[in-house]
Design a protein around this ligand. Sequence first.
Ligand code: VTB
Length: 335
Amino acid sequence: MKRDLAMAFSRVTEGAALAGYKWLGRGDKNAADGAAVEAMRILLNQTEIDGQVVIGEGEIDDAPMLYIGETVGMGGEEVDIAVDPIEGTRMTAMGQSNALAVLAAGEKGSFLKAPDMYMEKLVVGPGAKGCIDLNKPLKQNLENIAKALNKTLDTLVVITLAKPRHDEVIAQIQAMGVRVFAIPDGDVAASILTCMPESEVDVMYGIGGAPEGVISAAVIRSLDGDMHGRLLPRHHVKGDSEENRIHGADELNRCKKMGVEANRVLTMEEMAKSDNVIFSATGITKGDLLDGVTRQGHIATTETLLIRGRCQTIRRIKSTHYLERKDPQVRELVL
Ligand code: VTB
């Protein structure tokens, strides 16, 4: 992929973040997501690519924009695009930290096509690469990771989502003497923190969205970390009610159609098949990974993490936006 595309993709997540920010703290997840999706689509269509969305907002029937299979771009290099216009719609709607606008682009066939179901995820940074195995008990994994990092268990830090489904595992990790940081939402940012040298976080473990799991795999591969994932039908996680069973059966059918297996451990390389990827994330609300959007009148600032997988260059781009000068389509969404 041409390296100049990286800058173009950073514009795309900046636009989505500014559009999502307009809805910050207004309690309306759908409005925030809708605005970010539209901004992303407009800006992707101004980019010199022959792009196809492979991870997006859902199937064409339930997603009018950035649906799986949609083609985007002005024409140019063929790329697959994985988007999450707002990773953390709840955080945006409720004004909580760590919400991001996220995009990963890669050469054709780079991303596993994961249905919208759950994924169990275990993520570590470069120091513990090759030491994880989701087929083994978590306790054993944490011991192996601590050993690789030359740490005692009481200095190891695991980040996870504070969800009832994790209550038991959190207690189990803490009983080992390991510290747990339980954040309300946002496991993509949490996964990236494992690879950031300045972060205290060593491990991300938990069950979250599968499409975001694949996006995480792409960025973790670019950062030379490691990740295992396991697709899980919702009813395995949420309990065996009639509704969950029907949902679960549907999810398993979609897995079959997409040629992926549920309940099997997937390696990072199976989820992110190439390191020829570009990853861009712009903070919407301030978090441990990125600053959020700030705005004074019609001037806004953003911070973007831009990573090229091939060379592992990590850029942090601070931008100042004069919102009134954006092109009319975007201006309407961000002002
Ligand atoms: C959340 C969110 C994650 O998946 O966990 C969501 O925090 C799914 O979980 O960042 P719920 O069904 O409990 O909402 C993510 O969006 C992505 O993995």
